[in-house]
Ligand binder design. Structure first.
Ligand SMILES: O=C[C@H](O)[C@H](O)[C@H](O)COP(=O)(O)O
Length: 270
């Protein structure tokens, strides 16, 4: 196993040991390569999972749950008002404020609704994802859009300062653009690194001047474009603040665990 895979596995083990409630009834399971180790770590806990329902965030996630011998229940099949005990997921990048970029594997819409339905959203990743600001290393924001509106959305993203936003192709050119679990397209929109709270407090302007945006300002602007289903920036209130504002746990994780190159696990918490 490569060092990066070892790092993902180490982070998943710590995150699950710290945040998986032994009597969990409803657990969100994200998408990607890191989440595989989260499911492995859940099974390794040795707790009784027979009464627990695992909510997938897409096709890959659902197959992962089923193949691990756990019970998958689609998001639209959970009883109304159900609050998930916890949701785990990976990320493409996490900043100092715990805002995340997600959607590198074309899953983001279902991941967001599952995260927002959970009391606690926990992020698990390797050291490459740990950055001071979003778009430091990962260069573009994945945005899920209705195919018919894709070119219109691209023009609007350019107006916001994105340079060369593109519709993500599928693996085979003849199949055209990649389709999400919703049958939508993904547009990858490059922007300059996004400002965090400390930058704004230090007096920087995050309102798009010279193409420089604060995380939530840009995420909200993109989401307002007609044709956009969801944006792969997870931000805003989280934890008790989200609950106090009438939400559940919010879309920003309360904690993120990173497997480091030296074998240790680093954590960022709100
Ligand atoms: O679209 C994919 C999801 O947002 C993933 O959670 C994200 O891309 C991280 O994936 P991985 O764990 O493979 O790095």
């Amino acid at each position: 196993m490569s060092a990066v895979e070892e790092a993902k596995r180490a982070a998943a083990k710590v995150a699950v040991e710290k945040h998986y409630p032994k009597d969990a009834r409803w657990v969100g399971i994200g998408s990607g390569t890191t989440i595989v180790y989260v499911v492995e770590a859940i099974n390794a806990l040795g707790v009784d999972t027979s009464a627990t329902k695992y909510i997938p965030t897409g096709y890959q996630s659902k197959q992962l749950i089923i193949n691990a011998g756990l019970t998958a229940v689609e998001f639209d099949a959970i009883p109304q008002g159900t609050i998930l005990d916890v949701a785990f997921d990976g990320a493409d990048e996490v900043d100092e404020d715990l805002n995340c970029i997600k959607g590198g594997g074309a899953c983001l819409f279902q991941e967001k609704i599952v995260a927002m339905q959970a009391k606690e959203f926990i992020c698990v990743a390797d050291h490459r994802k740990l950055q001071p600001r979003l778009l430091s290393n990962w260069k573009s924001i994945p945005i899920e859009v209705a195919p018919i509106a894709a070119h219109r959305v691209i023009r609007k993203l350019e107006e916001l300062g994105s340079v060369n936003p593109v519709i993500r192709p599928s693996a085979s050119e003849k199949e055209g653009p990649l389709k999400t679990d919703q049958g939508f397209f993904i547009i990858d929109a490059p922007f300059k690194p996004l400002l965090i709270k400390a930058d704004i407090e230090a007096g920087q302007d995050g309102n798009g001047k010279d193409g420089v945006w604060a995380v939530s300002v840009l995420a909200d602007k993109i989401r307002e474009i007609t044709g956009v289903l969801e944006v792969g920036v997870f931000h805003g209130l989280t934890g008790p603040q989200a609950t106090a504002a009438g939400g559940i746990g919010g879309q920003r994780p309360v904690a993120a665990y990173f497997g480091m190159a030296d074998g240790s696990v680093a954590v960022r918490k709100v």
